[in-house]
Design a protein around this ligand. Structure first.
Ligand SMILES: [Zn+2]
Length: 275
């Protein structure tokens, strides 16, 4: 059974609408990931999680083509980064996610693989709900952003110390060593923690941070790395990928059960009558 959205014909799509799989929209970026990982790291990881989950549960999911560019102006000092204006991005991602809703799909998930896209994904999903009535939400299964879906493997197997997974660190390097080892140059991997740690500001996962703040990347990292890629292994990547995919399938199944209930106007009837 096909599970890539754009590989269906329109009559097949009409049948898919009757089946009501969850529509997954992977959302990544093109940005520096240190001297050892390629610019497409976030895209590779988030797309692989979505495609493998859908391959294992093709009745329940359809994966849209990836939105490959994200909110990345803060990385622009590093050669190769592609940045999209944040208002443009909210509008663009919302338009893409809204299209399946206009065809009758009721459950749409924006699946984010890049930390700075999180608020964009959230706002775009809210627009889809407000403008179409569909159930649209956002999730970040990349454990460098939110390790929830990678537990318990993430905590059990992690080798790096505080701050070691944030960006191009142990997590992303391990995932790439498993998914695309041909693109990883471990001999060039450097450990650089970069970001400050304060009482109310914390970058280390899964500890929460009261302060939301994103500095210019070149003010906090020389190499582009914020973490410790040197301890990453393909074995950790394989275990993380497997745990994440299985948890993600459970997550999507639960999301699919959220009921689509009618709205109700509680204003006096004269208002709805247009008086
Ligand atoms: Zn990344």
């Amino acid at each position: 059974m096909k599970y890539r959205y754009d590989e269906l014909t329109w009559p097949e799509m009409r049948e898919a609408i009757a089946r009501q799989p969850v529509i997954l929209l992977p959302f990544g970026t093109v940005e520096d990931h240190g001297p050892h990982l390629p610019l497409n790291t976030d895209n590779v990881i988030v797309e692989a999680i979505c495609l493998e989950a859908a391959r294992r549960a093709p009745e329940e999911m359809l994966v849209m083509p990836l939105v490959a560019y994200g909110l990345d102006e803060h990385h622009i000092d590093f050669p190769g980064t592609v940045s999209v204006d944040m208002q443009t991005l909210i509008a663009y991602v919302a338009d893409v996610a809204m299209s399946p809703a206009r065809h009758g799909f009721t459950h749409i998930l924006i699946v984010n693989g890049h930390g700075s896209n999180a608020s964009i994904a959230d706002l775009a999903a809210r627009r889809v709900v407000l403008e179409t009535g569909a159930i649209c939400g956002a999730v970040s299964p990349n454990a460098a952003i939110d390790p929830t879906l990678a537990e318990p493997t993430f905590s059990r197997m992690r080798r790096s110390g505080p701050g070691g997974v944030a960006h191009a660190g142990e997590y992303e390097t391990a995932m790439m060593l498993y998914l695309r080892p041909d693109l990883v140059q471990m001999d060039r991997a450097v450990r650089e923690i970069g970001q400050v740690k304060l009482t109310y500001f914390n970058w280390d996962h899964p500890e929460p941070s009261a302060l939301a703040w994103q500095d210019w990347w070149s003010r906090m990292s020389e190499s582009g790395v914020c973490g410790d890629p040197t301890v990453a292994t393909a074995e950790f990547g394989r275990a993380l990928f497997e745990t994440t995919v299985e948890n993600f399938i459970r997550f999507v199944r639960e999301f699919r059960t959220i009921p689509l209930r009618p709205r109700r106007d509680h204003h006096p009837s004269s208002r709805s009558a247009g008086c």
